[in-house]
Design a protein around this ligand. Structure first.
Ligand SMILES: NC(=O)c1ccc[n+]([C@@H]2O[C@H](COP(=O)([O-])OP(=O)(O)OC[C@H]3O[C@@H](n4cnc5c(N)ncnc54)[C@H](O)[C@@H]3O)[C@@H](O)[C@H]2O)c1
Ligand SMILES: [Zn+2]
Length: 347
C-alpha cells in the first residue's frame, strides 16, 4: 500500500508505504521528497540493516543504544554533536530505522535539531509499524518518566518493509497486532472482523497477513490522528486497554511486555466497565487466536498495588480514572475506572 495522508488546514502531508520489499523503493521515494543528503539513525542491534539501507542512498549512519536506553536528553545531545561532526545541515534528512524507541528518539532529534529537519521513519517492529511510528508523536524520557519531553510532528514519509519483521522474536511479533485489535475494538467493527479472519495466519507469522493487518492499523490510527492530532478527544480512544495495561506494566516492572499488558488490560477494562459479555468474549477470542495472554498472572493481580499505579494516570480525578471501553464492537464509551471496579475485574 502507498497512501498520502493530509492534515486539514496545513501543508503537512505524510506518505506511508507498507509491504514486503518496499525498502527498495527508498531511493525513489526520497528523491520525490527532495531529500538528497540522508543520515540513517539506527539502534546498535540493527547496524547491518542500516548499512544495507545507507549504501544505495550514499547516506551516513549514526548508531544509538537499542531500546529505551537511547531515549534521554544525553543521547539526544550526543547524536546532535555527531550530526555536526558528520557535516549534516538544515538540508539533511534524518531517517530513523528501528523499533518504536528508535523512531521516538530519531523523530524527536529531527524535530529539535537546527529547529527541525526532514524526518523519514523506517519502523522495524510490528508495534512501531502499526502504532509508534504513525501519528507524529515522538519523544524521550526524563528522570524515569516515559515520554516526558516530546513533540507532535508528522514524519514526511514512513516506509514499513514487512521483510524486516522476520527477525523479531514471537512475543515482539504479536505486539503490534494487539494494538491493531485494540484500535478496531473501539473504532471499526469491519476492521475487527477483517483482523479476526487473519489471526491464525498472523500467529503463524504469515507476511501477507501481517501486511494487511498493519495496513488496517495504519488506516485506523491515521483516521483518528487526522481529526485529533493533539489528543483532545478522539485520540484518547487509542488508549483502550492502556489504563489498566500501563498499571500492570509498572507493577510487573519489566516482567511483562507492553503488548501483553495491553491484551490483559483490554479484558480487565471491559470487565471493570461492565461491557456486554459478547464484546468481551469477542476480544478474548481474538487475543487468544493471536497467542496473546488473556489472564493476569496472579502474582501481578494485586488490586491495591495496581490501583496505586492506575491512580497516577495524568487524567485521574477524585478516585476515578477515565477510560474508553467498547460497549459494542467498533465504538467506545467513556467510563470511570474506580478502585472497586478494578478489584472486581481482577477477582
Ligand atoms: N510515539 C508513539 O505514538 C508511540 C506509541 C507506542 C509506543 N511508543 C514507544 O515505542 C517504544 C516501544 O517500541 P518497540 O517495542 O518497537 O521497541 P524498541 O524500539 O525498544 O525495539 C525493541 C527491541 O527490538 C529490537 N529490534 C527492532 N527491530 C528489530 C527487528 N526487525 N528484528 C529484531 N530485533 C529488532 C531493537 O533493537 C530493540 O532491542 C517505547 O519507547 C514506547 O514509548 C511510541
Ligand atoms: Zn500501546
Amino acid at each position: 500500500v502507498d497512501r498520502r495522508f493530509d492534515f486539514p488546514g496545513r501543508a503537512a502531508t505524510t506518505r506511508i508505504v507498507v509491504g514486503p520489499g518496499v525498502r527498495t523503493r527508498l531511493p525513489e521515494l526520497l528523491r520525490t521528497l527532495g531529500a538528497s543528503d540522508v543520515v540513517v539513525v539506527h539502534d546498535t542491534a540493527l547496524a547491518g540493516l542500516a548499512a544495507g539501507l545507507a549504501a544505495p542512498l550514499a547516506a551516513r549512519t549514526l548508531a544509538v543504544p537499542a531500546g529505551e536506553a537511547a531515549k534521554d536528553l544525553r543521547h539526544v545531545a550526543d547524536a546532535a554533536e555527531q550530526l555536526r561532526r558528520l557535516g549534516a545541515d538544515r538540508g539533511t534528512t534524518l531517517l530513523g530505522l528501528g523499533g518504536g524507541a528508535l523512531t521516538d528518539f530519531a523523530g524527536f532529534l529531527a524535530a529539535v535539531w537546527l529547529r527541525g529537519v526532514r524526518f523519514v521513519a523506517c519502523p522495524t517492529t510490528t508495534l512501531a509499524m502499526s502504532d509508534a511510528a504513525i501519528g507524529g508523536k515522538n519523544g524521550v524520557d526524563l528522570g524515569g518518566r516515559k515520554n516526558e519531553l516530546g513533540a507532535i510532528r508528522q514524519p514526511d514519509l514512513v516506509v514499513a518493509d514487512i521483510d524486516w519483521l522476520s527477525t523479531l522474536p514471537d512475543a515482539r511479533w504479536r505486539e503490534g497486532f494487539v494494538e491493531a485489535i485494540k484500535m478496531a475494538a473501539v473504532l471499526d467493527a469491519a476492521a475487527f472482523a477483517r483482523l479476526g479472519a487473519l489471526l491464525l495466519r498472523l500467529a503463524a507469522r504469515d507476511a501477507a497477513a501481517a501486511t494487511t493487518a498493519i495496513e488496517l492499523a495504519v488506516a485506523m490510527k491515521m483516521a483518528v490522528v487526522a481529526v485529533d492530532e493533539h489528543e483532545r478527544d478522539l485520540r484518547r480512544w487509542l488508549n483502550f486497554g492502556h489504563t489498566i495495561g500501563h498499571a500492570l506494566e509498572s507493577a510487573a516492572d519489566g516482567a511483562l511486555r507492553h503488548g501483553e499488558c495491553v491484551a490483559i488490560g483490554m479484558l480487565a477494562e471491559c470487565r471493570a466497565a461492565g461491557a456486554p459479555a459478547v464484546v468481551t468474549a469477542a476480544i478474548e477470542q481474538a487475543l487468544g487466536a493471536l497467542g496473546a495472554p488473556t489472564r493476569c498472572p496472579p502474582q501481578f493481580a494485586d488490586p491495591e498495588r495496581l490501583w496505586r499505579f492506575a491512580a497516577m494516570d495524568k487524567k485521574a480525578r477524585s478516585g476515578e480514572v477515565p477510560m474508553i471501553v467498547p460497549f459494542e464492537l467498533g465504538s467506545g464509551r467513556l467510563v470511570p475506572l474506580t478502585r472497586d471496579a478494578l478489584a472486581r475485574a481482577l477477582s
